[in-house]
Ligand binder design. Structure first.
Ligand code: ADP
Ligand code: MG
Length: 245
């Protein structure tokens, strides 16, 4: 049975159908790419999966059990964890304490939380800044910190929304190496990214969305070659040309 079964998700914002019947299965241990032009509904879909938005229709099953309509707190406990496109850390708390607090909230004891925090800070190359307030970290370091917080207690599925956006290439490499390692250890991911080389490199399978629907679902290289996918991205480029020039 797939770890996640997503079907017929619809989410309307006023007159706009941001997600219009999207569905996909995600296998346990899979690293699934979720791609598509700007505005195609990727973030909205992740928000529905993590319980931050209520869907208007559809179904989400985790291990076969319906979880649609549960709030983010409950879904976090069930192991559906979301990293936001915008960084969210406590600025006036040290990097180390940010992780420890997160671990405590997820049910670790203090010693366990401390151990995991130190391991993650090391692995994410944040050891040298662990005692600085998170507010003093660079944007990329904050992103790595928030990223680490998602793994204080390994989730059933990690939902990553553009984790590499505006991140220094060195940190991007740290992050993608981390994702690859965790996935090799069995961690399930849905990775939203515009960085096609990284998606090709990391994700054996990808789903491409456009206008709230699934346009293509299959081996990443094959999805990227589908005419409908190429057309959707060309459409985006034309919009951008119109908007900017
Ligand atoms: P993506 O992540 O693929 O770029 P989004 O899910 O962010 O796409 O957005 C899908 C569509 O829904 C876009 O047209 C966007 O403007 C719209 N949208 C997203 N969030 C909201 C919201 N809270 N209120 C109104 N419209 C929204
Ligand atoms: Mg988005």
């Amino acid at each position: 049975m797939p770890l996640l079964q997503i079907s017929g998700i619809r989410k309307r914002f006023g007159g706009l159908l941001a997600v219009n019947g999207a569905g996909m299965d995600v296998a346990d241990g899979e690293l699934l790419g979720l791609i598509g032009p700007n505005g195609s509904g990727k973030t909205t879909l992740l928000n529905v999966l993590s319980g931050h938005l209520e869907a208007d229709a559809g179904e989400v099953r985790l291990d076969g059990r319906s979880v649609l309509g549960q709030g983010p707190t409950r879904l976090t406990r069930l192991g559906v964890l979301r990293m936001f496109q915008m960084t969210r850390v406590f600025n006036r708390v040290s990097a180390y304490d940010n992780l420890v607090v997160c671990g405590l909230a997820l049910g670790l004891d203090e010693a366990g939380a401390s151990r995991r925090a130190l391991e993650l800070l090391e692995e994410l190359k944040l050891g040298h800044v662990m005692h600085l307030d998170a507010g003093q970290l660079s944007g990329g370091q904050k992103k790595l910190l928030e990223f680490g917080a998602c793994f204080m207690v390994p989730p059933r599925v990690a939902l990553l929304d553009e984790p590499f956006a505006a991140v220094h290439p060195v940190m991007k490499e740290t992050m993608s190496a981390f994702i690859r390692r965790r996935n090799q250890d069995g961690q399930t991911f849905i990775l939203v990214s515009h960085d096609m080389p990284v998606v090709v490199d990391l994700c054996p399978r990808s789903v491409c969305m456009n206008a709230g629907r699934v346009l293509a679902d299959g081996p990443t290289q094959q999805v990227l070659r589908e005419p409908a996918v190429i057309e959707a991205y060309l459409g985006e480029a034309q919009h951008e040309e119109r908007d900017h020039g």
